[in-house]
Design a protein around this ligand. Sequence first.
Ligand SMILES: [Zn+2]
Length: 86
Amino acid sequence: MNIATTWKGCSTMIDLKPCPFCGSSHVYSRPYGERGDGKPWSAYYVHCDNCASDGPLVKVYDFGIPPEAGRNASINLWNGRAEPND
Ligand SMILES: [Zn+2]
């Protein structure tokens, strides 16, 4: 299954680095929060489907950024954390 095709309306797909904990490439950005009233997702984070590790949570409203940017930010944080050295 191609992860990119599971996202609807996704204009910019950032490549996710493998999980820094288990090395799995089964990682993806997830929305976090409620969306039952038409409001955007309140936060995003990257989740590893193999070891269930979670990346940093990006709260969209805290940053005053659109949901799409919040998702990308969560991916960038995950990728930064996955770097082998600093
Ligand atoms: Zn993992």
